[in-house]
Design a binder for this molecule. Structure first.
Ligand code: 4LM
Length: 395
């Protein structure tokens, strides 16, 4: 790309690729290969020593993967990126690279269920101390952080309760310490929020969600400085997790990125209308959505996010069973985990995505047993509301 000032949308479509170099092919070729042949032993040996840039083996990367990674690094504003086989692959490859026994990870109290499980039931077993802190209040981090802290980890908005974390305030605290601030940006994508611009050290993603955008793949990303990314690639991923992205998923995400801005605009527009509808409904007790003026984190959302996103959490008046009934009576909206797809998806976190938490842990980590999560899709917003309306009417 010749224009160094090209905007996000343009970079999402063009960055890192010149069709002229590939017979004019509009889309980049895919390297469906596991290994790369050397001219001779010396060339292979030099490649292993890092003395030439010859590709070696697809667990370490391919030309298609390099393109995707450069494009994603550009969108997040990072030096380098690594694509992985899943969001969990990105998170685990990163954390295995940053901590050793005796170190501490400070994590926000609300995390996606499997991230919580990895910390609580995985890393802890290997002598890493895990401390959960309410990171919506930066002063809690100031009090908790010490020389032992190597990672501060948070999602914003947090899955599933939509608490927002002030990235800049946390970065102010971590910047003069050994701790790396890692932000899970899955809910926003770089189109809505770029944590590195606010001082975060690393960004992780489940690309399964909005980045892919069509519910047909599982993948992830880590983005940050080149030195750390090299460790995550050549130790965290190569040796510890082996969470290698497939060629087909690279192609699907390159395609997804091209329409990311258009899809996100519509996800956000639909979600705002649905959140307002739910907020005004007599059978709904609470709506958690960054775009609602009376939402606790509305001002922070305005300063940190470019738009308010496509995710809503809410509670129906009544009990857990009332919420289940609302979901069960829906006719178009699908009861499914995952998010960021074209289809509107609804689920009950305490029974599904966050069932890795015990009942006591759900309470301690602020995940209400009656919370319902809605991933607003790209259908006609009137049709989505009509489906919610017919179900709410029957409660
Ligand atoms: C879900 N989430 O919530 P992979 N980070 C965040 C996530 O929401 C997820 C991952 C990482 C859901 C999956 C079933 C904030 C996943 C993990 O699923 O490994 O790509 O991402 O519904």
């Amino acid at each position: 790309m010749k224009n160094p000032n090209a905007k996000f949308q343009t970079r999402a479509i063009h960055f890192g690729y010149d069709a002229k170099e590939f017979h004019g092919s509009l889309n980049p070729p895919l390297y469906m290969t596991s290994t790369f042949a050397f001219d001779n032993v010396q060339q292979g040996s030099d490649a292993f020593e890092g003395e030439n840039s010859h590709y070696i083996y697809s667990r370490l990367g391919t030309p298609s993967q390099a393109l995707l990674e450069q494009r994603m690094a550009s969108l997040e504003g990072g030096e380098a990126a690594l694509a992985t086989a899943s969001g969990m692959g990105a998170i685990t490859s990163t954390l295995w690279s940053l901590v050793q026994p005796g170190d501490e990870v400070i994590a926000d109290i609300t995390l996606y269920g499997c991230t919580f499980s990895f910390l609580e039931h995985g890393l802890k077993k290997f002598g890493v101390q895990i401390t959960y802190c309410d990171l919506t209040k930066a002063e809690n981090l100031s009090k908790a952080i010490s020389d032992k802290t190597k990672v501060v980890f948070a999602e914003t908005p947090a899955n599933p309760n939509m608490r927002l974390i002030n990235i800049k305030a946390l970065a102010e605290i971590t910047k003069n310490t050994e701790a790396k601030l890692v932000i899970d940006n899955t809910y926003c994508t770089p189109y809505l929020q770029r944590p590195l611009e606010h001082g975060a050290d690393l960004v992780v993603h489940s690309a399964t969600k909005y980045l892919g955008g069509h519910g047909d793949l599982i993948a992830g990303f880590v983005i940050g400085d080149a030195e750390t990314l090299e460790t995550v690639r050549y130790f965290g991923l190569k040796d510890m997790t082996g969470a290698v992205i497939s060629a087909m998923d690279i192609s699907l995400i390159l395609r997804g990125l091209k329409t990311l801005h258009v899809r996100m605009d519509r996800h956000c527009e639909n979600a705002k209308k649905i959140a307002t509808y739910l907020h005004n409904h007599e059978k709904i007790s609470t709506v958690y959505f960054p775009g609602l003026p009376d939402f606790e984190y509305h001002d922070l959302a305005k300063s940190q996010m470019d738009q308010f996103g496509g995710m809503i959490a809410f509670e129906v008046k009544g009990d857990r069973q009332t919420g289940a009934q609302l979901i069960n009576q829906l006719e178009m909206i699908l009861c499914a985990v995952s998010l960021g797809d074209t289809e509107t998806l609804i689920q009950h976190p305490a029974s599904m995505t966050h069932s890795t938490y015990s009942e006591e842990e759900l309470e301690a980590h602020l995940i209400s047993p009656t919370l319902i999560r809605l991933s607003v899709g790209l259908e006609d917003v009137g049709d989505i509301i009509a489906d919610l309306e017919q179900s709410l009417a029957k409660l």
